[in-house]
Structure formats: structure tokens, C-alpha cells
Design a protein around this ligand. Structure first.
Ligand code: COI
Length: 355
């Protein structure tokens, strides 16, 4: 159990118009910080005014990408209370990420306690407008000023919050995806399963290429053969082919998404067969040609459930469900967001009260 010190801001910000939040544009009044020192462990947990960081220019995070992050959301309920969606899963995932990255991790229960304490402090920032939430971004940075390559002796863990609307400007309308067959996101033994900034930095070149071609995001193929579908830039990806649901296995190169896991649990409960075997992009395109590619959608905390309307692989384009959101995609979106926003009973026991 953390002992948290509070230093409240004297200058509260004006709240943004919750009809036009965008994603990751506005930040709340406070942030959570805790220090980690080799030989001492985690110490000095505090909630302080949101402010720029003071960091030595030689801090290792800045040179060797020694950092990791998480993403989760707080949701305003119809009765005015606020709940989180499976925050312990983010805490557990950060432990796995940080182990791979040689970064210290908070125990999952301390992670959840810190998230709850900050959200409670920022409660009046949780928007209630339809489709909005408070996005929570925990992250760890290596702070030791040192230019030799080795694990850092000092770190800081932060949590910041941002009231958000939809991640994609298209909202719940289908996104167009470009299948990347030149660049690689992850290879076995690498960091593909982690939430480290480097994974995202390395993906940008493909995102720029996709944008230039008129597509919103990249679908990554496996890094060894460029043959099997893996994940989209900011989401896991699902394919409904002839009634069966396919999603890439989490075997080291794919992020184990909390929304992905929740969709699989719901789909199985609804009686669908969910295959986590590897799926070749050629088989996806063939299914499209044969009229069997029924739905494609992405899942993620930021993106929620995002229908895919078009997939371009080499010179071929698969148009999915006439560019409309599919029935199952819609059902998943309604169910997941219904549970998150408290419009549906939380039969799965996924949400946790904050205030
Ligand atoms: C999330 O869905 O929370 C993410 O971290 C994706 C992000 C890169 C926006």
C-alpha cells in the first residue's frame, strides 16, 4: 500500500469543450509521481500539480529509449460515479513490459491504487458527454544521467490524465488500413509484446507511408516471413471469415491488449469460435475474393472497437462489408462500451469503482 503525499495546484485550468476533445490534446491539473532508486526501491509517492519535467539532458530515457507506458480509461457512469475498466490487467502488463526492458515495475496493486488516487483527485475532469472518457497514461522513465549503455539506477513512474473523445477522427466509421510488407514492427525475442515507446517510434515510417497513400493505419505482418497478420499501429486486429473469428496469437510479437482479451472472452461467451492460430494475409485476401471476409475490426483502449472498411495489400484492395460497420463489430462495440459507461450490467465483473 502506497503512502501518497498531496500537493494541490493553486491554478486550476479551464475545462475544454467536451464536444471537441480529440485525443490526447488536453491534460488535467495534477499528476502522480513516484521515484525508484537502486538499493532503496519505490519511494516518495505524490500527487502534484501537472507541470513540465525537470530532467537531466543525459537522462538515459532520452538516449536509449529506456521507458515504457500503459493506457487505460476512467468512465463517467449514468449515476455520476466513475469506474475503471480492468486496471489490474494494465498493472500486470506493465510488469511484463518492464521486465523485458530492465525497468522497475510497481506491484499491480500499487499501480491500481495510484491510478485510483489520481482519478479521484481529477474527478471533475472525467467527461460525461457521449463517447468521451478520461484517458490515463502511466509511464516509467530512466532518469539517471549516464551515457554508458546499461540499466539505469534511478527511475520515475508518472501518471497523467487527458479527457478524450474518439481516437480516430472517423469515430465509429470504418478506417482504411494499409498492409505493410516492407518494414517490420516486431520479431521473435524482441519487444513486440511490450508497451515501450520504441515500438511506436519504429512504426511511424509506415504510418506516414500509409497516410501518403490515403490510409489511416498500418497492418503489420510478422517480421520473419512478412506473411502472417499481426497488429495494427494502435490496435489488435480481428477478422471474421466465414463465421469464424481470427486474431493473431500473443506469442511475443503482438501486444496482449486488454480490449483484445475482453473481446475474445465475450465472443466465446456468445458461442463464436475464436482462432488464435496464425493467419496469412494471402488467406485474408482470398477470403475477400471468395466473398467470405465478413468483418475486420481493431481493438484497443484508445481505439475501443474500430471497424475496418478497406484493406490494401500490394496492388489488391479488399472492401469489407460495403465499407459499413459489421453486425458483430457493432455488437462488440455496444457491449464493451455499454459495460464501460455503465449502460449495461457488468456481468463479467470487469469494472472497478473509483468514486
Ligand atoms: C492505447 O490504446 O491505450 C494505446 O496505448 C495506443 C496508443 C498508442 C494511443
Amino acid at each position: 500500500m502506497l503512502e501518497i503525499r498531496y500537493e494541490m495546484t493553486q491554478h486550476k485550468k479551464d475545462k475544454p469543450d467536451t464536444k471537441n476533445l480529440g485525443f490526447g490534446v488536453y491534460y488535467t491539473d495534477h499528476m502522480f509521481v513516484i521515484d525508484h532508486t537502486e538499493g532503496i526501491g519505490w519511494h516518495d509517492a505524490r500527487i502534484v500539480p501537472y507541470a513540465p519535467l525537470q530532467l537531466d539532458p543525459a537522462a538515459m530515457a532520452l538516449h536509449y529509449a529506456m521507458e515504457s507506458f500503459e493506457g487505460l480509461k476512467a468512465y463517467r457512469q449514468p449515476d455520476g460515479s466513475v469506474r475503471l475498466f480492468r486496471p489490474e490487467k494494465n498493472g500486470e502488463r506493465m510488469i511484463n513490459t518492464n521486465h523485458r526492458m530492465c525497468l522497475p515495475a510497481l506491484p499491480a496493486e500499487d499501480f491500481v491504487q495510484a491510478v485510483k488516487a489520481l482519478v479521484k483527485t481529477e474527478e471533475d475532469w472525467v467527461p460525461s458527454e457521449e463517447g468521451t472518457s478520461l484517458y490515463i497514461r502511466p509511464f516509467v522513465i530512466a532518469t539517471e544521467p549516464h551515457l554508458g549503455v546499461r540499466p539505469s539506477k534511478t527511475h520515475q513512474f508518472y501518471i497523467i490524465c487527458s479527457p478524450v473523445g474518439a481516437y480516430y477522427s472517423t469515430g465509429i466509421n470504418p478506417v482504411k488500413i494499409f498492409v505493410e510488407d516492407e518494414y517490420t514492427r516486431a520479431t521473435p525475442g524482441g519487444t513486440g509484446f511490450t508497451k515501450c515507446g520504441g515500438n511506436y517510434a519504429a512504426s511511424l515510417i509506415s504510418q506516414v507511408k500509409a497516410h501518403d497513400l490515403g490510409y489511416e493505419q498500418t497492418l503489420w505482418l510478422d517480421g520473419v516471413q512478412h506473411k502472417y497478420v499481426e497488429e495494427v499501429g494502435s490496435m489488435n486486429c480481428f477478422f471474421k471469415i466465414d463465421g469464424t473469428i481470427y486474431t493473431a496469437p500473443c506469442v511475443g510479437t503482438v501486444l496482449p491488449g486488454v480490449t483484445r482479451m475482453s473481446c475474445i472472452e465475450l465472443l466465446k461467451k456468445w458461442g463464436y469460435t475464436v482462432s488464435e492460430e496464425r493467419l496469412a494475409i494471402e488467406d485474408v485476401m482470398k477470403a475477400s475474393r471468395d466473398g467470405k471476409l465478413e468483418e475486420v475490426f481493431g481493438t484497443g483502449t484508445a481505439a475501443v472497437i474500430s471497424p475496418v472498411g478497406e484493406l490494401r495489400y500490394e496492388d489488391e484492395v479488399a472492401f469489407i462489408n460495403g465499407g459499413e460497420i459489421g453486425e458483430l463489430t457493432h455488437r462488440l462495440y455496444d457491449t464493451i462500451t455499454g459495460i464501460q459507461w455503465g449502460k449495461l450490467p457488468d456481468d463479467m465483473g470487469w469494472t472497478t469503482a473509483v468514486c
